[in-house]
Ligand binder design. Structure first.
Ligand SMILES: [Zn+2]
Length: 362
């Protein structure tokens, strides 16, 4: 998938406008001498201007315009939860990414971090980016909550997952019967490309691998495209809804080092009309929103086990997912630089996805 985020880069006010001062009234003939008032006027103006420029430089150097961001941390059942609080519009434009054992939080403006006393992770800040250093690999999930506006980063440690994995080691059993697999792009829409690989070909091959495994298990599988052809997003969703699947998985690759799993965004305001309606989250998908999240968690767990790479879960309004009446996930496999995508790797990925579906259960 491409062009998901359009980062709006904000500009800083680099300088304060120097205050204009009005010239003093013309020196009267009764005054001390001609030109004395003007001389003083220019002296005053020079002083004010110098002061203003100095003040502006102080503003830039010391960043007095920084936005306050508080952060706190909490642990629960092996999940480390980081909660950032700031203005809603500020948090909305904040982007979170995971790179190795570092979380990079990119804010829209320079910021002033106010860690609460329970926050003891090692951080470093550079302009708009806050880097949080982790001591072990994590699976990351990012949530945006409102009232009060919060950006939540949930981190599941490998240890916490290990204990849960024991019961999941059992035979891969799939309770579902009907699946729709959506290989992204196709035809003139190549997706991501390297000198040798095209996203549209890789994802079609992976989708066919998944189809083959599922058919062997007696399942019914529909692919939104079976060949190298373009298919509109709306048509993919309509096709899927006609087939009434129990699971819908859209497959993409990206330029990321991580696996990224997308589920439809639902606003958690608790109101009857969540804000995401404006983006077309249908009532059809709304019914499955929690199941989509659960499916993403299950797929994330399986993929992480299979590849020992970080998995990031994101909520986002995506046309191909938002109107589907089934648990849906869009999986973005890592960049061609990270994974070879040869036949063996693709088969491993297909197996991991099947395993993820089995973890999801239902
Ligand atoms: Zn794609």
């Amino acid at each position: 998938m491409e062009n998901v985020y359009v980062m709006k880069k904000a500009c800083l006010n680099k300088a304060q406008r120097a205050k204009e001062i009005t010239p003093p009234p013309s020196p009267s003939l009764k005054g001390r001498g001609r030109g004395g008032g003007w001389k003083r006027y220019f002296q005053v103006k020079k002083t004010v201007l110098t002061g203003a420029i100095f003040f502006a430089m102080v503003m830039v150097v010391f960043g007095l315009e920084k936005t306050d961001v508080t952060v706190r941390a909490g642990r629960q059942e092996g999940i480390l939860r980081l909660v950032f609080e700031a203005e809603e519009s500020f948090l909305k434009k904040t982007n979170v990414s995971l790179s190795g054992m570092q979380i990079n939080v990119e804010f829209p403006f320079v910021f002033n971090l106010k860690p609460q006393k329970d926050f003891n992770l090692e951080t470093s800040a550079k302009e708009r980016i806050l880097t949080i250093n982790l001591k072990e690999p994590f699976e990351m999930k990012v949530l945006r909550l409102s009232s009060p506006p919060r950006l939540v980063i949930d981190l599941a440690t490998a240890k916490a997952k290990g204990s849960a994995d024991i019961k999941a080691q059992a035979e891969v059993i799939l309770s579902q019967k009907v699946f729709v697999i959506d290989p992204g792009h196709g035809g003139y829409d190549f997706g991501i490309m390297s000198s040798e690989l095209k996203e549209k070909d890789i994802v079609l091959a992976i989708a066919k691998d998944i189809e083959a495994i599922l058919i062997k298990r007696g399942k019914t599988v529909f692919l939104t495209r079976k060949s190298d052809q373009p298919v509109q997003l709306r048509d993919r969703a309509m096709f899927a809804n006609q087939k009434m699947p129990e699971i819908f998985i859209s497959i993409h690759t990206a330029a990321s080092e991580n696996f990224v799993l997308y589920v439809p965004l639902i606003a958690e305001t608790g109101s009857e009309q969540p804000a995401s309606d404006a983006y077309g989250l249908s009532s059809r998908q709304r019914k499955y929103a929690q199941k989509s999240r659960k499916l993403a968690e299950a797929l994330g767990k399986a993929v992480r086990e299979g590849f020992n790479l970080n998995v990031v879960q994101r909520e986002m309004s995506l046309p191909v997912l938002d109107s589907i009446g089934a648990p849906v996930v869009l999986i973005e496999a890592p960049s061609f630089k990270i994974m070879s995508y040869d036949q063996k790797t693709r088969a491993r990925l297909a197996e991991a996805i099947i395993k993820g579906i089995s973890y999801y259960g239902q």
